[in-house]
Write a protein that binds this ligand. Structure first.
Ligand code: CAA
Length: 285
């Protein structure tokens, strides 16, 4: 199997920009695509700040950061992705939007190219069936913040081939990340376990079992979590948390996955966490 040299990343939000960054740092040519020029500008600025931080704390040589910047190009057009060996999709968590994109990428990409999705909970099998190459479609679920988190969850759709999983596992190794394989079940492994904990923390807040600070402090100091569940929900985005709980609830059919009404209210009122400046805690944006 030829080594993967170039990668396309579709969607330049927080996850897409982090994913583009780690590929560029690992020496791959990266084409970052988004329909919004402003999103690409924000992504380039975010990647620049992250590389500067890594250089500032001695985790990366300044020359390596410059080389990574040089390997990254951006654009609003999908056509250049015809040239890449591997695509990671990181657009909005919407099944129809993703299926449409996968069908387009399938028509565009070389026949050897792999098509991966960074989805946190949408069925990989359903994305594979939008293409003529379901054996080369897989889930590649990065954790936020991508440059710091050492895990990638790899999801095997019903038709994903062992060669595709092997190629993705090898690619994760080149990124310096550990790949863990999960089956194509709602929430995979990460969100099947993490999101009900976050949802329960929101119920505890709603039922006034403790304040947001109290709940976060218990989990941080009592369980040695790097951040409390409410602060983590703010980091992930409350809209994303709600969408994942809805997938778990709908897909597994058990009321233990019912999204907390307080989470629904926060999203309806536009309090989405760190990205909107207000969630369970306040942030200066
Ligand atoms: N790039 C480079 N450096 C970064 C960075 C980035 N994107 N983000 C933070 N840093 C740096 C900070 O500058 C800081 O550097 P110094 O140590 O030199 O000061 C360092 O990382 C630590 O940051 P903070 O002091 O702000 O905070 P922290 O010590 O709490 O660490 C954290 C931050 C790594 C995010 C840590 O709190 C953590 O691991 N939190 C849990 C994150 C987590 O669980 N992620 C998974 C979410 S689930 C998911 O993503 C999947 C899904 O589908 C929902």
């Amino acid at each position: 199997m030829a080594e993967i040299q170039t990668v396309g990343v579709v969607g330049a939000g927080t996850m897409g920009s982090g994913i583009a960054q780690v590929f560029a740092q690992a020496g791959l040519g990266v084409r970052l695509q988004d329909v919004e020029p402003a999103a690409l500008d924000r992504a380039v600025a975010r990647i620049g700040r992250s590389l500067d931080k890594l250089v500032g704390k001695g985790a990366l040589e300044a020359a390596a950061a410059d080389a990574a910047r040089g390997r990254l190009s951006t654009g609003t057009d999908l056509d250049p992705l015809a040239e890449v060996d591997y695509v990671v999709e990181a657009i909005v968590e919407d099944l129809e939007a993703k299926r449409t994109l996968f069908a387009t990428l399938d028509g565009l990409a070389g026949e050897e190219a792999f098509l991966a999705s960074n989805t946190s909970s949408i069925s990989i099998t359903a994305l594979g069936t939008a293409t003529q190459r379901p054996e080369r479609v897989l889930g590649m679920h990065f954790m936020n913040p991508v440059p710091l988190m050492p895990l990638v969850e790899l999801i095997r759709g019903q038709a994903t081939s062992p060669d595709t999983m092997a190629a993705a596992t090898a690619l994760c190794g080149r990124l310096g990340k550990t790949a863990v394989e999960a089956a194509d079940c709602p929430g995979f492994i990460a969100n099947r376990i993490l999101m009900p904990m976050i949802n329960e923390a929101i119920y505890a807040l709603m039922e006034e079992v403790g304040t947001a600070d109290a709940i976060d402090t218990v989990m941080k100091l009592g369980m040695n979590h790097p951040m409390g569940p409410l602060r983590l929900a703010d980091l992930i985005g409350l809209d994303v948390c709600l969408a994942i709980m809805q997938v778990l609830h709908g897909g597994l059919g058990d009321d233990k996955y019912r999204p907390c009404p307080l989470l629904e209210q926060m999203v309806a009122s536009g309090r989405l966490g760190r990205k909107s400046g207000q969630g369970f805690h306040e942030y200066s944006t």
